[in-house]
Design a protein around this ligand. Structure first.
Ligand code: KG4
Ligand code: ZN
Length: 364
């Protein structure tokens, strides 16, 4: 039996988890900072770092208590060390180093994006909780990460052998959700609220553009869609001689039904753009045997519905994370760390917090 402690602090969630054998989650504690960032309608890095410092020890204590273990029973300490807000990452990385050193246990640095791809493999009823998981039938897999900071497709030959196929050239899909929610005057965090009101809307009310980019592209773009929604909400801008622009309308001129229709039409276009690139990838990589999805937007009801349809049509296993593992969490960090640990990929105390992910593109 291998117990891995996971720590996550890359953005606005302070999280610790204990995971057994890479998939059985014994504790998954998340302290969200939403209330601290709400009045700014976005994450303020300094506030996030300070809140991580205050919360990391209580969250760690809570996690060990929930798992019913002492820290001494942990076999390895893992931490999301990239990408993210540097000051926020430093709190988790410093804490993980201190724990690994004082406990005399291996330290495993994990890429947060790669961990999102693993989230759908946690707590699977088809895996025995007392042994190592066997995911071999799922690989090679096509991975899609849809979060507030990233939108990218991956070719994966194992949970730790991951190559990027394409990524957004402008906004991440979660960022587009959040910005459109702000245009509609929805409360922060925007994505889940947009999802909710869209359920009552007519998705055909507006024909928003579905970005496809070049014929062979596996990249994404969401800024054109965002601008199309802006002009629908506020009308075309009038440009003045001093360079400033004004709009004819604002969100307060919209009825709740208007907002629901815009939300539903936006979601149809945004999710279609993701599905188009998955379809293209499946044509290019016919060896793919499953779809692994992760990131905050994988909680989206429209995305879950449309990807389930796609997977059924293609007869491919689909691993969508349970809701609690869609958002940032440390269970996905500890789960993936188990595989790195088994492969001997451990770090020393020189492990650094890094603001960006390390990209290995697929060269075919
Ligand atoms: O993965 P995550 O927790 O943080 C990052 O690594 O970015 O993703 C957060 C993003 C936010 O943009 C949030 O609005 C979006 O995920 N999100 C959703 C939903 N739940 C969270 N977007 C659409 N529908 C949802 N239900
Ligand atoms: Zn994330």
């Amino acid at each position: 039996m291998t117990l891995v402690l996971g720590i996550e602090s890359s953005c606005d969630e302070t999280a610790c988890a204990i995971v057994r054998n890479g998939h059985a989650v014994l504790a998954n504690v998340i302290a969200s900072q939403h209330e601290l960032h709400e009045e700014y309608a976005g994450v303020v890095p300094e506030i996030a770092s300070r809140a991580h410092v205050e919360r990391i020890v209580p969250v760690l204590r809570h996690a060990t208590a929930e798992a019913g273990i002492t820290l001494g029973e942990v076999d390895a300490v893992s931490v999301g060390h990239r990408p993210g807000l540097i000051g926020a990452l430093l709190v988790g990385v410093s804490g993980a180093k201190a724990l690994a050193w004082s406990l005399g246990k291996p330290l495993v640095g994990i890429d947060h994006i790669h961990a999102h791809l693993y989230a759908g493999l946690l707590d699977r009823p088809d895996q025995p909780a007392d042994r190592a998981p066997d995911h071999s039938e799922l690989f090679p897999a096509l991975g899609l990460v849809v979060s507030g900071g990233h939108t990218a497709l991956y070719h994966m030959t194992s949970p730790i052998d991951i190559k990027r196929l394409g990524a957004t050239i402008d906004d991440a899909v979660g960022e587009a959700y959040d910005k459109v929610a702000t245009m509609l005057d929805l409360p922060y965090p925007g994505g889940p609220n947009l999802d909710k009101i869209g359920l009552a809307g007519d998705e055909r009310a507006h024909e928003f553009p579905v970005s496809r980019l070049d014929r062979d592209s596996l990249d994404f773009s969401f800024s054109g869609l965002k601008t199309a929604v802006l002009y629908t909400v506020r009308g075309l801008p009038t440009r003045h001689t001093d360079g400033a622009s004004t709009f004819a309308r604002s969100a307060s001129d919209l009825t709740d039904q208007d907002k629901a229709d815009i939300a539903a039409s936006f979601q149809r276009a945004a999710i279609r753009a993701l599905v188009v690139k998955i379809e293209r990838s499946l044509e290019r990589f016919p060896e793919v045997r499953s779809l692994l999805i992760g990131g905050g937007v994988s909680a989206n009801s429209r995305l879950r519905h449309d990807l389930s349809d796609l997977a059924r049509t293609r007869n491919l296993p689909l691993r969508l994370p349970p809701m609690e593992y869609c958002m940032d969490n440390a269970a996905m960090i500890a789960g993936l760390a188990y595989h790195k640990l088994r492969a001997g990929l451990i770090d020393d105390l020189s492990l650094r917090a890094e603001p960006t992910t390390r990209i290995e593109d697929f060269a075919s």
